[in-house]
Design a protein around this ligand. Structure first.
Ligand SMILES: Cc1cc2nc3c(=O)[nH]c(=O)nc-3n(C[C@H](O)[C@H](O)[C@H](O)COP(=O)(O)OP(=O)(O)OC[C@H]3O[C@@H](n4cnc5c(N)ncnc54)[C@H](O)[C@@H]3O)c2cc1C
Length: 325
């Protein structure tokens, strides 16, 4: 039986967070519904934070009481264990944002809390005529997840000659640092890399972010939205039908893991309720919502073994493994 965070500790969290935020703490909350994989057992404690201040307060309270915590966005890059999470899951739904054009209205800063959903911001930016975010349409992510990951995609359409990164429009962000300081940091601090930023290595929390957008041609922006969605739709399993966490493995020396898994003969291979997508071999799908985290972990190990035997190369996962399996 898993050891859960003691009830009295959760009671202390409730007291520390005050009646409003503390009163929103839910116990034994099933996590599958908060992930794009639709997999995962219960969190001992779970709270929705609706502002950047609440996000900071929840993290500070968990740190002060030494309760393990996890900041959850759209849950699009994680696999949560079947036994769930021992500690506090802080579900970031802080979504306030403002478009702040310059006097000449040629550029615009977009200030946003980190729980805002990228898709919502993209559609609003395009509607207002601001360009820079449209390339990332169709990627499930909050702003916090996008900065954490340095969100990227092969764009612009139709050439797709290079990978574009969210770093290209990033201006600055407000963080709660590992040392419990609130401060504004720039791109030098964030150290954007490929699937990497300082936030993979330090327990800083992104509270808000500011992006720099430019006046865009509405026809061109709308064309990019349509072309990117069509491109993805033709190559990747649809999330609404086949829950997944996107790419499972990192590239090896520039070679996509999907190609290696395909050549190892595993495209379409099923294990329990999990399957290597017949459309894209670097994506594992949860078939009809029947997969467990154990099925997925075992399928990951099967793919790693097969690729290692055939190519002598070790695939490394790029998704986060959260909680108890
Ligand atoms: C179908 C599908 C397609 C995808 N395609 C792409 C793609 O083309 N390009 C791409 O780059 N990615 C892609 N991904 C991966 C995923 O969309 C990104 O990793 C995304 O940024 C995750 O954001 P999230 O809000 O869901 O983060 P979560 O999965 O909830 O969290 C991921 C990590 O970020 C941390 N985190 C979240 N918010 C904060 C915060 N405010 N401060 C600090 N840390 C935080 C979490 O603690 C966790 O460690 C895809 C995923 C899916 C399911």
């Amino acid at each position: 039986m898993a050891t859960t965070v003691a009830t009295h500790t959760i009671d202390e969290l409730v007291v520390r967070l005050g009646p409003a935020l503390g009163g929103r703490i839910r116990r034994a909350e099933p996590l599958a519904q908060y992930t794009t994989f639709r997999i995962g057992g219960p969190a001992d404690a779970f709270v929705d934070v609706t502002t950047a201040d609440e996000l900071a307060d929840a993290v500070l309270a968990a740190r002060a009481l030494q309760v393990p915590y996890f900041v959850l966005g759209l849950g699009a890059n994680i696999l949560v264990g079947d036994k769930g999470y021992r500690g506090l899951v802080i579900h970031n739904v802080a979504r306030r944002h403002r478009f702040l054009p310059d006097a000449a209205k040629t550029t615009c800063e977009l200030w946003t809390e980190s729980g805002a959903v990228m898709q919502d911001l993209i559609l609003e930016a395009v509607e207002r005529g601001w360009s820079g975010l449209e390339h990332y349409i169709g990627i499930p992510s909050t702003v916090g997840g996008a900065v954490w990951q340095n969100l990227h995609f092969l764009s612009p359409a139709p050439e797709r000659e290079r990978t574009m990164f969210i770093a290209e429009v990033f201006e600055r962000c407000d963080i709660l640092s590992e040392e419990n300081e609130r401060k504004t940091v720039d791109a030098d601090y964030v150290q954007f890399g490929y699937d990497d930023t300082v936030f993979h290595h330090r327990r800083d929390i992104v509270l808000t972010a500011t992006f720099r957008l430019e006046r865009g041609d509405p026809d061109r922006m709308n064309r990019i939205l349509h072309e990117n969605l069509s491109w993805r739709g033709a190559r990747h399993p649809w999330l609404q039908v086949h829950p997944s966490a996107g790419s499972i493995f990192k590239k090896i020396e520039g070679v996509g893991a999907g190609r290696l898994i395909d050549q190892a003969g595993l495209k379409g291979f099923r294990h329990g309720g999990a399957q290597i997508s017949p459309m894209h071999a670097n994506i594992i799908v949860n078939r009809a919502g029947t997969a467990t985290a154990t099925d997925v972990r075992e399928l990951i190990a099967i793919a790693q073994r097969a690729v290692e035997e055939k190519f002598g190369q070790r695939l490394e996962t790029e998704i986060g493994m959260i909680g108890e399996f």
